[in-house]
Design a protein around this ligand. Structure first.
Ligand SMILES: NC(=O)c1ccc[n+]([C@@H]2O[C@H](COP(=O)([O-])OP(=O)(O)OC[C@H]3O[C@@H](n4cnc5c(N)ncnc54)[C@H](OP(=O)(O)O)[C@@H]3O)[C@@H](O)[C@H]2O)c1
Length: 243
């Protein structure tokens, strides 16, 4: 399948790009920093585009059969618009080019809820604090993105991860409609769950939450790792990229 990945340079996006190539797809990776993109492959096209630039998004989307979005920005107290503006330009380009399938990453905290596996600390302390402070503008913009997709007329799926962490391999992750019991999602599992949607319409025009249950960190480990993650992600080893 010909897939366009927005946010391909990010931590999830790179994993997703590798998994999509390994699965035999033709991938167009969208990044604002194409010269720095660390993956080379015969079925990979790296395109420089800012999602705020409708013309660039339009050109990148032409010829695609499906769009995946792992777009994101770090938490900030400033207004966030990349999710909503990005999805507007992406869906407009899809409509123009007759591309109907889109799978976009949101968050399990977009509509905060009780996590069965979350315990007191997550449900009563951390989630309320993050949602009310550093995550407030991000989740507000994610909700606009989700509503835009619901009204788009496209064949959409919203994928909601919980706290992200990194693992080398995909595990036996779990999918639940709308809300996750768990509080962790590995980026490898998130990437795999995005690709899975292209082959399975169970969650077509629905939101699906992804939970990782194997090899999960502690809450403290996850927060520490996310706090020190490099903007745009680490530089992966080129020799491990599938060819
Ligand atoms: N961290 C968590 O615990 C958590 C929990 C739930 C959901 N999420 C969501 O999960 C998704 C993936 O997270 P991640 O940590 O893997 O992402 P990430 O490493 O922060 O990557 C996001 C990518 O989005 C791209 N991007 C940002 N603004 C852009 C723009 N204006 N135009 C084009 N591209 C732009 C950036 O690529 P370039 O700089 O190359 O352009 C960046 O590499 C995000 O949507 C995040 O909000 C995260």
């Amino acid at each position: 399948m010909r897939i366009v990945i927005f946010g391909a340079h990010g931590l999830t996006g790179r994993t997703l790009t590798g998994q999509a190539l390994a699965a035999g797809h033709e991938v167009t990776a969208i990044t604002r920093r194409p010269a720095e993109f660390p993956v080379e492959h015969a079925r990979l096209r790296v395109v420089g585009a800012d999602v705020y630039d409708g013309n660039a998004v339009d050109a990148a989307t032409a010829g695609a059969e499906a769009v995946l979005s792992t777009l994101g920005v770090p938490f900030t107290r400033k207004p966030v618009s990349v999710y909503s503006e990005g999805i507007r330009n992406i869906t407009a380009a899809m409509a123009r080019h007759g591309v109907s399938r889109i799978v976009a990453v949101s968050s399990s905290a977009t509509y905060p809820h009780h996590h069965a596996d979350g315990g007191f600390l997550m449900n009563r302390v951390l989630q309320p604090i993050v949602v009310a402070t550093i995550g407030r503008s991000t989740y507000a913009d994610m909700r606009i993105m989700e509503e835009h997709l619901r009204g788009s007329g496209l064949r959409w799926t919203i994928v909601r991860p919980s706290g992200l962490f990194d693992t080398p391999e995909v595990s036996r992750y779990r999918l639940h409609e709308n809300e996750a019991p768990g509080i962790f999602t590995s980026r490898a599992d998130l990437a795999a769950s995005l690709l899975e949607q292209l082959a399975d319409d169970r969650y077509l025009r629905k939101a699906v939450a992804v939970t990782t249950v194997e090899g999960t960190p502690t809450l403290w480990q996850m927060m520490r790792n996310e706090a020190v993650k490099q903007p745009g992600g680490p530089r992966p080893d080129r020799s491990r990229t599938p060819r």
